[in-house]
Design a protein around this ligand. Sequence first.
Ligand SMILES: Nc1ncnc2c1ncn2[C@@H]1O[C@H](COP(=O)(O)OP(=O)(O)OP(=O)(O)O)[C@@H](O)[C@H]1O
Length: 252
Amino acid sequence: MSALLSARGLEFGPREAPVLRDVSLHVDPGEIVTLVGPNGSGKSTLLRLMIGALSPRRGKVTRTRGLRIGYVPQSLVLDASLPITVRRFLDLPLRVDDDAAEAALAQSGAGGLAGRQMAALSGGQFQRVLLARAVLNRPQLLILDEPTQGLDQPGQAAFYRRIAALRSEMGCAVLMVSHELHVVMSASDRVVCLNGHICCEGTPEVVSAAPAYRELFGTGTGGQLALYRHEHDHAHEGGGAAHHHHHPHAEG
Ligand SMILES: Nc1ncnc2c1ncn2[C@@H]1O[C@H](COP(=O)(O)OP(=O)(O)OP(=O)(O)O)[C@@H](O)[C@H]1O
């Protein structure tokens, strides 16, 4: 299977104080890849290199021909004195027909919000509308940069469950940055832990047990991850065929 998007040997930032060193990453069709890492570890920079908004000092990013990307920003500041409905917002920058708008809103959990003012939406509703705009052009790859900032924990969990559902419906791949480790890791196929370079990567279980990850984030989230994953499996598998029982070590 060839990757939708891949990067090889990326270097970015001043030679004497690089932001990113020797970073290689790929996203295959249909998979959910999550970037985690401390503040300032280069996560947003890497996303911007991957979409071509920045150029690396060394290395190369390759996109499959005609790749359709849907992008959900961290947040978006709208001028509250400039009224705009959700429906009109979806027409920016390109006008879309009503059926497509309605379908994208419904798919993103924002059905029924079309006539509402953007400025009057709650944080969670606003993020779902941003998601609707990102899915309008049937992306093969959704890219999300900390899309749940400002949402409470149930709101975050619901948002990431929606991302997983969208992936199943549309068959798109997802590349996202998140700080909500225990929530987001359970919804990922592969986690990449970044700290200027790639410290470790693999399935959520492998990464959360890796010494490099534990050094950066401690062991606190391991237990929560196991718990969440357990509940998650119950919700989706029902019959109990795929229980994951983890017993993370408590020591640091
Ligand atoms: N265009 C640029 N040129 C040089 N350095 C940059 C550029 N953009 C960002 N940086 C630096 O790169 C470092 C990493 O920033 P980045 O925003 O990628 O980190 P992050 O992991 O996304 O952080 P956070 O978790 O706080 O959002 C910062 O020190 C920042 O100042």
